[in-house]
Design a protein around this ligand. Sequence first.
Ligand code: AMP
Length: 279
Amino acid sequence: MKIIEDITEMHSLAMQLRHEGKTIGFVPTMGALHQGHLSLMQHAKKESDVVVASIFVNPTQFCPSEDYKEYPRDMEGDMEKAKGAGVDILFTPAVSAIYPEGYRTYVEVEGLSSVLCGKVRPGHFRGVSTIVLKLLNIVKPHKAFFGQKDYQQIVIIKRMARDLNLDVEIAVLPTVREEDGLAMSSRNQYLNKDERMSAAILYRSLQEARSLFEKGEMSTEKLKDAILSAFMGNSSAKLEYVAIVHPEISEEEKDVQKGTVIAIAARIGDTRLIDNIIL
Ligand code: AMP
């Protein structure tokens, strides 16, 4: 596995690979890799000649009050894991190279960035869309792979790709979960033992809503109530929001149907976790 820090070197190599007729699959990450990330890399390997993964903890997607400094970093462990997952090129640019002095340009996907998580994380999705566009421009992939776990992020990136005529296919892969259903996340490392047990409530509550839907319940309110009451029985998990929305997330569904998305965010102690299911 080749490790590239330099933006120009990454860009030139991508151009050369394209010139040779190789297809490039790309998996952007913030590192502290877990099986969720690795599944994207393994999948990219099956569908592309060359797999590029990036590790970049992107400062512009963290709000001032958030955990940018504390965000888990493990470059050595990540290198081993990425190599094991079949990554050919690991791109690890420096913050000062991505955002040099005088940097001023940001991408805003209007409307979609200010709902759900965007309400509590102002500026977050502006940072996400900006870094993703920059990385796509540098890595020049034919196909980029993202996880369903960050559902709003996918909707925003797909919208950006359409709106800006990006020449890349956006692929979405299922959420990889721990045995008790908790969606894998780099932030799960923050949880102590009790919090880790409580955290299973996120997926459990979604499952309860799904089971109601499968029994024929179509009312958004009833499904919301099921999630709220699941959280009521768990004192250390605080539900931040539950949204039952159209797959494009811009509108709340009046009645639930196949394809409707249920997205939730919750705080377990100081840790903010998200999850979602597509009915
Ligand atoms: P992150 O490092 O958290 O920015 O995530 C990098 C990519 O991995 C994003 O496309 C995420 O949606 C994806 N990802 C994170 N956790 C999971 C998971 N548990 N299952 C599948 N994909 C994931």
